[in-house]
Write a protein of this length. Structure first.
Length: 80
């Protein structure tokens, strides 16, 4: 993911960590679950989110733009 404008908070946990409860993002800001890492992307930052990693996000600015791609392998793109 490429952060183009604004800031975004990301809470990340690897697949071997306990799955955090589903909460609104401000709850994670108040009490970060065990095994969860917080990072904040700013314009110009690149974030790589590996397959099967748990994540939650929260836009920190009124206008946030990021570009990314979510999906499987791209080997079959040329096939209709």
């Amino acid at each position: 993911l490429a952060q183009l404008h604004g800031r975004k908070a990301w809470w990340l946990a690897p697949p071997d960590a306990p799955t955090p409860p589903i909460l609104p993002p401000w709850e994670y800001a108040a009490r970060r679950p065990a095994g969860v890492t917080l990072c904040v992307t700013q314009p110009g930052d690149i974030l790589y989110l590996p397959t099967d990693w748990w994540h939650a996000t929260w836009n920190l600015d009124d206008f946030v733009v990021a570009m990314g791609w979510e999906g499987g392998w791209s080997a079959g793109w040329h096939e209709g």
